[in-house]
Ligand binder design. Structure first.
Ligand code: ZN
Length: 182
């Protein structure tokens, strides 16, 4: 009998959903004579991964770069809309693929968001945005900080609890293989 323990099976995803954007994507793979793998949006709802596709990890990395591009297109304008309601405005927004954080906020006013937020429901994405924006007001988790958060998100306590298990919504391929990897 075989059990899956630890490492997930090395399979290339055929499809995935991005609940944050209410999008569903199909993935097609095209073998090409080259040493690298790329991923591109071929038509609405379809991604083509091309190149040395027998390298499953290289396919995953190409999909992660695609995910980061999709996040860069969609999350900063969304954060700006939330910031208008929240008041504190970030000086800069960056998209990362952090392994352990959904978002972060620097003293400079820069807010970083994890591209894997795209796998979460919209209300949780908004919660993470509100959370980071409120750190521009209070750089701690004091009761004053939570008062700001609850003012901007009535479901904040619920959402905070749901974030504990939110990693389970992220497919294995989206998690960077190492800290240096995107
Ligand atoms: Zn925090």
């Amino acid at each position: 009998m075989r059990h899956l323990i630890g490492q997930p099976a090395a399979v290339r995803p055929q499809a995935f959903d991005l609940p944050a954007l209410t999008e569903s994507w199909r993935v097609e793979y095209r073998e090409m004579r080259r040493f690298t793998v790329g991923a591109t949006t071929d038509q609405p709802g379809r991604i083509v991964v091309f190149g040395a596709i027998e390298d499953v990890e290289a396919c995953h990395a190409a999909l992660r770069r695609w995910l980061a591009r999709r996040a860069t297109e969609t999350l900063p304008p969304w954060l700006e809309r939330v910031a208008v309601q929240c008041r504190p405005t970030p000086t800069d927004i960056s998209i990362k693929n952090q392994r352990t954080r959904w978002g972060s906020c620097a003293r400079s006013g820069r807010v970083s968001l994890n591209c894997k937020l795209l796998f979460l429901p919209r209300d949780l994405v908004r919660y993470v945005m509100v959370h980071e924006l409120c750190h521009l007001l209070e750089p701690n988790h004091s009761s004053r900080f939570w008062a700001h958060v609850r003012q901007m998100d009535r479901g904040a306590d619920d959402h905070h609890g749901q974030m504990r298990d939110a990693w389970k919504l992220v497919p294995a391929w989206a998690q960077p293989a190492s800290k240096l990897d995107f």
